[in-house]
Design a protein around this ligand. Structure first.
Ligand code: CO
Length: 209
């Protein structure tokens, strides 16, 4: 995409929205009431709204390298807190994707400077699941599986936060783990058993008392 095209594209987009609804932007300006918080990768190929067919106003979005939920990341934690406690979202989705450069970098031995501490969290996911991952001989399959396990661990990290625990017990907030298959465009629900995971996690990470 060329930078010169952007403002022209914006004009076309405004025209297309107003052609369907004269009050489109008036209504958009009134406020947001999204049902869903989407946490995904910054990868330019994995758009948040487009792949799930969401319109402006429908999804609260946070993206970072490899869709991580790190407890001392003020940015992610602020987004989660605001979405859960102020926007009252009913669902939080962590969406990873096959072919994730962040996950791949964490599987390799190289010094990536400032990225080291970020990717360290993915290496930790590898360590937690080393037994399973070391049994997978095919490198691509191992990489795909680490993408899935990383999503699962980031869902668990979500459950470790007080805001999510409180909203789960108080109003039934749900956490979902998905993977976007970049080769087919298909969205896959990893069907993480949120209730089981939560029960297990709460034995150690319970913050609700
Ligand atoms: Co990625």
């Amino acid at each position: 995409m060329k930078i010169e095209q952007i403002f022209g594209n914006n004009k076309k987009w405004i025209t297309s929205k107003l052609a369907v609804d004269d009050h489109y932007f008036e209504n958009l300006a009134k406020g947001q009431n999204p049902e869903l918080l989407y946490i995904g990768c910054s990868d330019s190929r994995v758009t948040a709204e487009e792949l799930i067919g969401a319109e402006p106003g429908e999804v609260f979005v946070h993206r970072n390298i490899a869709n991580m939920v790190i407890s001392i990341d003020l940015n992610a934690m602020s987004v989660i807190n605001y979405a859960v406690e102020h926007l009252n979202v009913s669902h939080i989705v962590v969406c990873g994707h096959y072919g994730c450069g962040g996950v791949k970098a964490a599987m390799e031995s190289s010094d990536l400077g400032i990225l080291n501490p970020w990717l360290r969290n993915i290496r930790d996911v590898y360590r937690i699941h080393q037994q399973e991952l070391d049994l997978i001989e095919d490198k691509e399959k191992k990489y795909d599986r680490l993408v899935e396990l990383n999503v699962e661990e980031q869902c668990i990290n979500l459950i470790k936060t007080a805001a999510v625990q409180k909203a789960y017990t108080g109003r039934g907030l749900l956490v979902h783990g998905w993977v976007f298959d970049i080769k087919t465009g298909r969205l896959i629900d990893l069907k993480i058993n949120f209730r089981d995971k939560l029960q297990h996690i709460m034995e150690i990470y319970n913050l609700s008392k």
